[in-house]
Design a protein around this ligand. Structure first.
Ligand code: GRF
Length: 229
């Protein structure tokens, strides 16, 4: 049986709606985990305010206070290590993570990215999708690796691209699905069903040959007709 995840630390730079989805899911007993810390590089990040409102320890670390990116990351992860997370979740964290810290935590750090990886890595993913003229877009959760948005993909949620979409409308549709995807995927971690094995995702002990495709209510044990048998 793989290590079960109960202690979750979150890195966030923005509004924190993904963090809020975790706070809400824990409060509704949908996610059996404890948020042991929220860390941000932006003192004004909404995610920090949401953490404080929920009584979750929150820490802002300013890059300007450190001589190098490496020094910043060393301090950031020294503070993360102090809360002993089983899993670190990057949810809208906008700084590149140094290779040394990532490699030391392979398999224990995940990121949610607003595209169907490997398509549209990097920033402005909704604009990239519109410019590419794809019919489907969505979000992916992957293990963090030294390659930006390049680690093994665990799960995905898909949304249609509508004819009158702009980056805002498409982004809102994706963001809404990110929230359920993140909760669903973290539930799998708390149940010990996901692990990184030889740089591939193992689900219930079997290597996945493609990411789990999760609908809005999958795996949440919500009694709906759509739940898989
Ligand atoms: C999400 O779209 C996430 O995929 C991207 O940044 C956004 C964070 O949104 N990396 P929020 O701060 O969780 O609302």
């Amino acid at each position: 049986m793989t290590q079960q995840t109960h202690r979750i630390a979150v890195l966030a730079s923005g509004h924190g709606s993904n963090l809020q989805a975790l706070i809400d899911a824990i409060g509704q007993a949908i996610l059996a985990a404890e948020l042991v810390g929220v860390f941000s590089d932006r003192p004004a990040a909404g995610a920090l305010q949401r953490a404080q409102a929920a009584g979750v320890p929150a820490l802002a670390i300013r890059a300007a206070d450190f001589p190098t990116r490496l020094a910043f990351d060393e301090y950031l992860f020294s503070r993360i290590d102090r809360v002993h997370p089983d899993l670190i979740v990057c949810a809208g964290y906008m700084r590149l993570l140094s290779e040394r810290e990532v490699i030391a935590r392979m398999g224990r750090m995940i990121n949610i990215h607003p595209s169907l990886l490997p398509a549209f890595k990097g920033l402005r993913t909704h604009q990239q999708a519109l410019e590419a003229g794809v019919a489907e877009h969505g979000a992916s959760i992957h293990f963090v690796s030294p390659e930006l948005d390049g680690g093994p993909v665990i799960s995905q949620a898909r949304v249609p691209v509508l004819a009158d979409d702009d980056a805002g409308s498409l982004g809102r549709r994706v963001l809404e699905r990110e929230h359920s995807l993140l909760v669903q995927t973290l539930r799998l971690f708390t149940q010990g069903r996901i692990e990184l094995r030889a740089n591939q995702v193992a689900f219930d002990g079997l290597t996945l040959d493609s990411p789990l495709q999760l609908g809005p209510d999958d795996l949440l044990d919500i009694p709906t007709s759509r739940n898989p048998a």
